[in-house]
Design a binder for this molecule. Structure first.
Ligand code: FAD
Length: 419
């Protein structure tokens, strides 16, 4: 049966872009519906990306530490072993707990949630095929936001079976620990999902076409992590005449497609495929729908690789500055000179600032313990154009890893104290 209702906004996709946009829109007074086909909220990020990967990374760090670091500290644990079923159970608990949390936030903010696959039948109209009943529902929507995200890419000659040949999805739900894994692709996901994750170095085997030598490598599993593609199939975009740029939906600075009233954000549009970028865009897009003029500075979106130690960056790299002929000053402070890092026995890495002649940050790079947290202070400085001198006037608590940022700020216009 076809029922019809009218909404100010229908969001297609309940990932970090879509669900955050839905909540924000409702907070701004819109009557919102969010459709999600996978039967649980949170998208790639929560269901098979950021959160399960970081949960498993945390557990594997603890395991490694129990073997390598604990004895050095005088903690004696006999023969630590892995119970993979229990590890996966705990990971699933984190994921389902957070997913139910989003459902509660939807209720609290009065966002209607439909489990089902959505398509756009015409401008201003969405069709949702409900998962459980197969019922179809047609909704008139003053605004439509496409936030359908991305999916993994595989090779036609190496089909993913999630048993031996894995995508990131399968790798995060294994019921055994692979003895030897071949990882195809040295991007962020490939680096983070290694079994042994205690060094940021990766063996790269270049295979040149003209090089006819074939190398045999034996392994019990293969992880294919060669990139991700936007999910646009079945949405009706072609029929609507929505302009695409290769696989991405093309949008203007208001996140609107070439069809008025249809917007798109997150992994299906240009820019880095990151959860916080999708969230920022979701908030900006619905603010603009409500007459605001939100602007995202794409030059200062932080990026993190969750290896050991973590690697985080914001703004420009030295290579970028050099190639565009921009003069910069480089300053560095190593974690070996940071007392908290010493107390934690995690002294690998450094903070690096690249500043212009007015002592403002052009780029900040952190390799070290909790680099993912440290980078936010640099984001604040860059967002508001603080000079490193101003940053150095902020009182940082002692002993903390954040003092490495303070010291780098000192170094950037004069001299560090502790190095
Ligand atoms: P998605 O999260 O992909 O959500 C889109 C949702 O739309 C999906 O749930 C999908 O089921 C639904 N959908 C699709 N089509 C329809 C339809 N027709 N009807 C209804 N629903 C539909 N990013 C980070 O910032 N930090 C990290 O640490 C990080 N780690 C990652 C690790 C892995 C292994 C992977 C794979 C990704 C990781 N990412 C990370 C990337 C991050 O997950 C994505 O950038 C983010 O999820 C994009 O959000 P989105 O809302 O655009 O799309």
């Amino acid at each position: 049966s076809l029922t019809t209702k009218t909404k100010d906004l229908v969001v297609i996709g309940g990932g970090p872009g879509g669900y955050v946009a839905a909540i924000k829109a409702a907070q701004l007074g819109m009557n919102v519906l969010c459709a999600e086909k996978r039967g649980a909220l949170g998208g790639t990020c929560l269901q098979e990306g950021c959160i399960p990967s970081k949960t498993l990374l945390h557990t594997s760090h603890l395991f490694e530490e129990s073997k390598k670091e604990f004895p050095k500290l005088g903690i004696l644990v006999d023969n630590p072993r892995i119970n993979i079923q229990k590890i996966m159970q705990e990971k699933n608990k984190v994921v389902s707990g957070l997913s139910k949390g989003i459902e509660m936030l939807f209720k609290k903010n009065k966002v209607e949630y439909l489990k089902g696959k959505a398509s756009i039948t015409k401008p201003g109209q969405v069709l949702i095929e409900k998962n459980e009943t197969n019922e179809k529902e047609i909704i008139d929507a003053k605004n439509i936001l496409i936030a359908t995200g991305s999916d993994f890419i595989d090779f036609p000659w190496l089909k993913i079976d999630e048993k031996v040949v894995l995508s990131s999805r399968g790798a995060l739900s294994l019921n055994r620990i692979p003895k030897k894994m071949i990882i195809i692709g040295g991007g962020v996901i490939g680096l983070e999902l290694r079994v042994e994750n205690n060094t940021a170095k990766l063996k790269v085997l270049p295979i040149k076409e003209k090089d006819s030598k074939v190398i045999d490598i034996e392994a019990d599993s293969v992880l294919v992590s060669v990139g991700r593609k936007p999910v646009t199939e079945g949405l009706g975009l072609e029929k609507l005449g929505i302009k695409m740029n290769k696989r991405q939906v093309e949008i203007n600075e208001k996140f609107e497609t070439n069809i008025p009233g249809i917007y798109a954000i997150g992994d299906i549009v240009r820019g880095p495929m990151l959860a916080h970028k999708a969230e920022e865009e979701g908030i900006a897009a619905v603010s603009i729908m409500n007459g605001g003029n939100s602007h995202i500075n794409y030059d200062i979106i932080p990026e993190v690789i969750y290896t050991t130690p973590e690697v985080a960056k914001i703004g420009k790299t030295e290579e970028q500055l050099k190639s565009s002929g921009i003069k910069y000053r480089k300053s560095k402070f190593p974690y070996i000179a940071n007392s908290r890092a010493r107390a934690m026995s995690q002294t690998d890495g450094f903070v690096k600032f690249l500043t212009d002649q007015d002592h403002k940050l052009l780029g900040a790079h952190v390799i070290g313990p909790n680099a993912s947290e440290a980078i936010t202070e640099c984001s604040v400085a860059m967002q508001y154009g603080l000079t490193v001198k101003q940053l150095s006037h902020v009182c940082h608590p002692h002993p903390t890893l954040s003092e490495a940022i303070l010291e780098t700020a000192f170094a950037a216009y004069f001299k560090p104290i502790h190095f």
